[in-house]
Write a protein that binds this ligand. Structure first.
Ligand code: ADP
Ligand code: MG
Length: 309
């Protein structure tokens, strides 16, 4: 029998909490059903790896602990680990229910894996917090906040350091699990950022972008198709302006040009474009940026923004 192709689906943390929602657990479970139903169907044809973001969730955890002085504060790396557990659990249990509903229960196995990702302590990103996390603030609230904030297309948000992923510590385990037929949920929230000191790993106060870590994972374990699912239909030129337009496809050189022209801001659409470009340059066959609703159609080539060589 021909080996199934491997499909990597990167789910946006923002897609689990929709615009205007406060992000209750009920809302997040409900929102997850949309991508998970599609993933369950796709798992009949493809080997599946799921990665996910954690921007809103990790930002909320930071806020929660800042509201309480009764217990010691946890560093960001521990909060990222917490979101791997929380979101991994939500994805797994939704997969479980969905397989049962679709009648494909019993044949699919899945697992969430705590994943560390090595970063370089000399990465210039440590000098320049750039990744938006947590809720959206007004300008006044942002100016009064005791941490760095930045204006994004969604409004003012807290920003944290976001270094480049160098390597995924559990890459061999992930590869083995995929080869054994597991659906693997890994690199959650971009992975727990660690630096290597001799034979030891130490966590650092940062959040790695889940799109960039997904491209690195694809390179290290081998992936055929990479779907980046988010809360917009694809990469949009002139985003938020009167002449905005969803791109259906872009060659590597066109994508590079659009990046230079500033169509895709850091911390949101830029890493998706860069991740898709790296994937096509290093290992992959197809990379598509699409909406959470459009995952199956994007795999079929019917929607989203495809980056082509
Ligand atoms: P995710 O959690 O899926 O990674 P992000 O917030 O990081 O989501 O990135 C998706 C967001 O990027 C969209 O909600 C949109 O507001 C923003 N964005 C900025 N520029 C663009 C663009 N040119 N095209 C599409 N979306 C864009
Ligand atoms: Mg993102």
């Amino acid at each position: 029998m021909k080996k199934k192709e491997t499909l990597l689906i990167a789910l946006g943390g923002n897609a689990l909490i929709h615009k205007g929602q406060t992000g209750t657990v009920e809302e997040q479970f409900e929102n997850l059903r949309v991508p998970v139903r599609q993933i369950a169907r796709l798992s009949e044809k493809y080997r599946i790896i799921i990665t996910h973001g954690n921007g809103p969730q990790v930002g909320n955890l930071l806020l929660q602990q800042e509201c309480c002085d009764a217990v010691p504060k946890l560093p960001l790396e521990i909060l990222v680990a917490q979101t791997q557990g929380q979101i991994g659990y939500m994805i797994e249990s939704t997969l479980d229910t969905t397989f049962m509903e679709l009648g494909i229960n019993g044949r699919q196995h899945f697992i969430s894996l705590i994943t560390y990702v090595v970063v370089d302590e000399n990465d210039p990103a440590f000098q320049n917090p750039s990744k938006p996390i947590g809720p959206v603030y007004t300008e006044k609230q942002a100016n009064a906040a005791p941490y760095p904030t930045r204006k994004t297309v969604k409004g003012y948000r807290r920003v944290v350091v976001s270094p480049e992923p160098v390597t995924i510590v559990e890459k061999r385990e992930i590869k083995k699990l995929i080869d054994m037929g597991f659906i693997v949920i890994c690199c959650g929230g971009g992975g727990i950022p660690v630096i290597r000191e001799g034979r030891e790993f130490h966590g650092v106060d940062a959040v790695i972008d889940k799109d960039l870590v997904s491209a690195k994972l694809a390179e290290e374990v081998g992936v055929d198709i990479f779907i980046i699912a988010t809360d917009v239909p694809g990469a949009i030129l002139n985003y938020g302006k009167p002449k905005e337009k969803v791109l259906r496809s872009a060659s590597l050189s066109q994508a590079e040009q659009y990046l230079k022209e500033g169509h895709f801001p850091p911390g949101s659409m830029r890493p998706k474009i860069e991740a898709a470009m790296r994937f096509i340059q290093t290992c992959g066959k197809r990379a598509v940026i699409t909406s959470i609703q459009g995952i199956e159609d994007a795999v079929a080539g019917k929607t989203g923004t495809e980056i082509i060589s």
